[in-house]
Design a protein around this ligand. Sequence first.
Ligand SMILES: [Zn+2]
Ligand SMILES: [Zn+2]
Length: 360
Amino acid sequence: MQLLNIEMGQMKALHFLGEKKIELIDLPTPEIRSDEVLIEIQAAGLCGSDLHLFYTPSRSEKEAGIFGLKFPPDNIPGHEPCGKIVEVGSNVKHLKIGDRVAVAHISGCGNCSICRKGWDMHCAQKRTYGGDIQGAFAEFMPARAKDCVLLPENISYLDGAFYTCGASTGYYSLKRANLLGGETILCVGLGPVGLAGAFFASMLGAKVIGVDLSQDRCDHSLKFGVEVAINASTENVQERIMEITKGEGCNVAIDYTGAPAGRITAIEAAGLWGRVVLIGFGKGYTNIETELHIIEKQLTVVGAWVFSFPELQDLVAFSSNRGIDLSQFISTKSTIENGAKLFADFDKGSTGKTFITRRG
Ligand SMILES: [Zn+2]
Ligand SMILES: [Zn+2]
């Protein structure tokens, strides 16, 4: 086992007590197994699902399970890990100390037919970094070597962290919709994932319309390829969309919010033969007029959940080749000592992406 000359022993980590309380704790630096590497976390992204699964719910809600997902309530969250390898297990052949890697946050068994297609997230034996195994809100994180994506030199740690969840989820939603250049797409919800979807849609040549309840998020989105941003709290969304599309509706509409109102907005905005992708997680049933909004418009409505390992690799390669820089998405970054404050601000719905970084 190789070990870089770093001070090992204790590390800092964030412990989520529930009901929006976080404490900074000291834990022993994790030991790795032969098929794992130890990563010194350089950037860890905050994600909406951290709020839903770990930050907001009480301990008893976590124990009962949320969205059908049940994780140990005391596990260290953080499923957008990116950093530098500082230790390599004895069976790891393709990675070395000093390599810069991002970690795909869902880790399947690696052997079943689903894993062999790269869809680890649907493996019956999957584990999730920051879910049921240790995540990235700590100074060090062990990871199976097979889950690591090597970062090209021109991809920063922050961008790498964003690719492991939010950015790739946004990108995959477009692939699920078979979006073509020249089409009109509506992105409902302009938080980090929706904004990433809008950004990559504009890079693919689509005309992008955005909707959000926050004027700040609407204004902010105009810098990311959104051509028209509609504030759903003050404007009539469907009237505006029909005006912009000359009565035809959108070719593609994607709901990133998970709120029933957001899903309905997407389904109503899609035109004849439109494709709708539902990607946001939320509570409650969605009531739609099926005949009017789906059958008579011949819609294709599909679900999309996260992305596969090959898609993460592809997006990192695409971004490196095209020199895509996601730094304009970043609104806030700070060290792990300020984790509680970062989460409190993120919970208020800040406009950009928030990261915990090693150097602040
Ligand atoms: Zn996430
Ligand atoms: Zn498997």
